[in-house]
Design a protein around this ligand. Structure first.
Ligand code: SAM
Length: 286
C-alpha cells in the first residue's frame, strides 16, 4: 500500500467515523488519519473514546455529543464548520447513527449546506449478519425492541410474516425474555444466530432453531453476559391455507399420491384444490 491517506477534503465537513466494537485493531488507517486531522472529535462519551484516541496517539480535542445534549452539541459542531473547521463524529462503538446518537446532527449539518462524509467500518448488525449465513436476500434492521413486554410482543407480532432476515440488538438482561417472546410468537423452525461479544475476548456465536435458543442461553449464566445481536431467519412464504388444511394435507400426503392427497384434502376441509395441490408439490419438493 504505497498511497498516502488523504484525510480531509478542502471544504469544512462532518466526518461520521465508525470505531471498533471491542477489538481496538478494528479501525481503518483512514479513520485514524481523519480523527487526527479534524478540528474536534464529537464523541458520545469522551472518557470512553479517549482510550481509543490514546491508543493511536490522537491528540485532537473532544466534545461530548450524546442523546441528552445532541441539540446543543450539534450547534457547536455547526459553529466549528462555519469557522472553516472540520469535525469527526464517533460513538462508543461501531457506526454513529445506528442505534446511536448522530442522526439529528447529520440532518442539521446537511440542512446547513455542509458536506457529510462517511468513514465506514465496524457495525455490530452487519458483523453478525456476515457470519450468520442467512442474509442472502437482504435484511431488515430492527435494532432494539421495546423494553416493556407488551410493547415488545406487539412489535414482534407486526413482524411475524416478514420474509426478510431480521436483525435485533438486545441488552444482556433482556436477551432471554426477548428470545422467549420470539419463540412463542413466531413459527417454529426459523433459525436464529445469537452473536455475543463480537470481536471481544468472550466472543461466541451460535445458529439454532428459534425454539432451542432460550435453552441455549439458560444453560450457562455466562451466555447471558455482554452485548448481543440476534439475526433471525425470515418467515416462510404464506400458503393461504389454514392450519387444519395444512394438517390434513400433510397426513394424506404421507400415504397417497400428490393429486389424490390434494383432492381428498379439498373434499375434507373445503380448502381450494389448486392451492392444496401447489402446496403438496412444494412439500414433496422439500
Ligand atoms: N452503533 C453501534 C453499531 O454500529 O453496531 C450500535 C450501538 S447500540 C447503542 C449498542 C448495541 O449494539 C449493543 O446493545 C448490542 O446489541 C450491539 N453491539 C455492540 N457491540 C457489540 C458486540 N461487540 N457484540 C455484539 N453486539 C454488539
Amino acid at each position: 500500500m504505497r498511497e498516502a491517506v488523504i484525510p480531509l477534503s478542502s471544504t469544512p465537513s462532518l466526518y461520521v467515523v465508525a470505531t471498533p466494537l471491542g477489538n481496538l485493531h478494528d479501525i481503518s488507517p483512514r479513520a485514524v488519519a481523519v480523527l487526527s486531522a479534524v478540528t474536534a472529535v464529537a464523541a458520545e462519551d469522551t472518557r470512553h473514546s479517549q482510550r481509543l484516541l490514546d491508543a493511536y496517539g490522537i491528540r485532537t480535542r473532544t466534545l461530548a455529543l450524546h442523546e441528552h445534549n445532541e441539540q446543543s452539541a450539534a450547534g457547536e459542531v455547526l459553529r466549528l464548520l462555519q469557522e472553516g473547521g472540520s469535525v469527526a463524529l464517533i460513538s462508543d462503538a461501531g457506526t454513529p447513527g445506528v442505534s446511536d446518537p448522530g442522526t439529528r446532527t447529520v440532518a442539521r449539518v446537511r440542512a446547513a449546506g455542509f458536506a457529510v462524509v462517511a468513514v465506514p467500518g465496524p457495525c455490530a448488525a452487519v458483523a453478525a449478519l456476515s457470519i450468520s449465513g442467512l442474509g442472502e436476500r437482504g435484511f431488515r434492521f430492527v435494532g432494539f425492541l421495546p423494553p416493556k413486554p407488551a410493547a415488545r410482543r406487539a412489535v414482534i407480532e407486526a413482524l411475524r410474516d416478514d420474509p426478510d432476515v431480521l436483525v435485533f440488538y438486545e441488552a444482556p438482561h433482556r436477551v432471554l425474555a426477548c428470545v422467549q417472546d420470539l419463540a412463542s410468537l413466531l413459527e417454529p423452525g426459523r433459525r436464529v444466530l445469537i452473536a455475543r461479544e463480537l470481536t471481544k475476548l468472550h466472543e461466541q456465536s451460535v445458529l439454532l432453531p428459534l425454539e432451542e435458543a432460550a435453552g441455549w442461553l439458560a444453560a450457562d449464566p455466562n451466555r447471558q453476559r455482554g452485548e448481543f445481536v440476534l439475526v433471525l431467519e425470515g418467515a416462510a412464504p404464506r400458503t393461504g391455507l389454514d392450519a387444519e388444511a395444512e394438517r390434513v394435507l400433510a397426513l394424506l400426503l404421507a400415504e397417497l399420491p400428490t393429486k389424490v392427497a390434494a383432492r381428498l384434502a379439498a373434499e375434507i376441509t373445503g380448502a381450494p384444490k389448486n392451492a392444496l395441490y401447489a402446496r403438496a408439490l412444494a412439500l414433496k419438493a422439500d
